[in-house]
Design a protein around this ligand. Structure first.
Ligand code: NDP
Length: 366
């Protein structure tokens, strides 16, 4: 009898589940609560923040609820466009008041690189989880301070590595880890674009921390690490500059660099602000290869291996990223390729080493 009642109960739950909208049905029918949503404020309303905000409209686990900006007119526009409440909007001067705001869980720092540390420290102190854009800082020392501050405040620090959630990238990483390419002994990363406006912050050392390496070359560093599945132990690097006026002191225009890994694998990479159509990864192993082009742009990412093309459909990177980051912060669900502060720090240590190698002309041991 009890088995029969159990069956009937289950059957009626199933009927109920089928009659509700799909996203709610299972959880509601089983009496579970709907998954929590991460309430996010964006800091720095520039071009990338606009892209993130658009992408977040399709998120199921993350919601844009506030902004922090130095430009009052932008706050007004964003309030209208995204239906934000005035209490969730701040300037850089009063952002410490966010501490008492119970409607914001996390802040996504999308300001110039040279401000990431200061902004992260302020937000950690205010008790908010921080998602910080790449590069996490301008030096490894700054990155360490950011990690320590977030740890001390008991908040999470994530770095905006959107490629760590991209389907083709993840597929190749899984294939590499499963040995499908054999022993992977060579990576090539080409990262670059022609930078425009010479007066932008990206060409101002104080705000950028460096040139193309900080901005775009870091994708090749990061890609080498996740596709080879190892951490480099040395780097060598060479810089060339064709326009010393546009690319002043401390702003690298083009750097070629090499990295060596414990297995004996090597990486050969190019970072530049002076060439377009440079967005390519190549991974070579004893049994096969993987190639991606474009490899880190906004997509669709195109990838193929010795077996043939990968067929994963394109999803806006920042939509997946924000949903997965919400799952990480709210549920502790770890991604295959980490996106925490330590992951950002690993890249910063390599950036530091590359700049040192350029300066000294020597092989730098990491
Ligand atoms: P933008 O110049 O378009 O926007 C930066 C914004 O930061 C400004 O609009 C401004 O917003 C705010 N800001 C605060 N202080 C300053 C200052 N002193 N000078 C200039 N801006 C200031 O840059 P992006 O959006 O392209 O880049 C921002 C960050 O995002 C960088 O770290 C970059 O590396 C990263 N990024 C990451 C990408 C990715 O794919 N993951 C892609 C593009 C960028 P406000 O007026 O609201 O204060």
């Amino acid at each position: 009898m009890s088995t029969r009642r159990h069956f009937l109960q289950k059957a009626s739950l199933t009927t109920l589940a089928l009659s509700l909208p799909f996203s709610d049905s299972i959880a509601k029918a089983l009496g579970q609560q709907e998954p929590k949503v991460l309430r996010v404020a964006l800091m720095g309303l520039g071009s990338y923040a606009s892209r993130v905000a658009e992408a977040m409209k399709d998120c199921s686990r993350a919601k844009l609820v506030g902004v922090i900006s130095g430009t009052p007119s932008k706050i007004e526009q964003w309030k209208q466009k995204h239906g934000l409440s005035a209490q969730n909007c701040y300037s850089y001067e009063n952002v410490d008041q966010i501490k008492s705001n119970k409607d914001i869980d996390a802040v996504y720092v999308i300001t110039p690189n040279g401000l990431h540390k200061e902004h992260t420290l302020t937000l950690a102190k205010a008790g908010k989880h921080v998602i910080c854009e790449k590069p996490m800082a301008t030096t490894a020392q700054e990155g360490q301070e950011m990690i320590a501050a977030c740890k001390a405040a008991g908040v999470q620090l994530l770095i905006g590595y959107r490629m760590h959630f991209e389907a083709n990238t993840l597929d190749i990483v899984k294939k590499q880890r499963a040995g499908e390419f054999g022993k992977t002994l060579f990576f090539q990363g080409l990262s670059g674009f022609v930078i425009g406006n010479p007066s932008q912050w990206r060409l101002n050392k104080l705000l950028s921390g460096g040139g193309a390496m900080m901005d775009i070359g870091i994708y090749s560093i990061n890609g080498a690490r996740y596709l080879l599945g190892e951490e480099p132990i040395w780097v060598t690097a060479q810089e060339t500059k064709t326009d010393p006026v546009k690319f002043g002191e401390g702003i690298d225009e083009t750097i070629t660099f090499q990295m060596g890994f414990p297995s004996g694998a090597t990486a050969s990479c190019l970072s530049t602000y002076s060439l377009n159509y440079l967005d390519k990864f190549f991974l070579s192993g004893t049994k096969g290869f993987a190639e991606m082009q474009p490899s880190t742009g906004y997509g669709p990412i195109k990838a193929w291996t010795h077996v043939g093309p990968l067929q994963h459909s394109h999803v806006t990177h920042q939509t997946t990223q924000m949903d997965k980051m919400a799952a990480l912060i709210l549920d502790g669900k770890l991604p295959l390729i980490p996106v925490d502060g330590e992951e950002g720090l690993k890249d910063m240590r390599i950036v530091d080493a590359i700049y040192q190698a350029v300066k000294t002309g020597e092989k730098v041991i990491i």
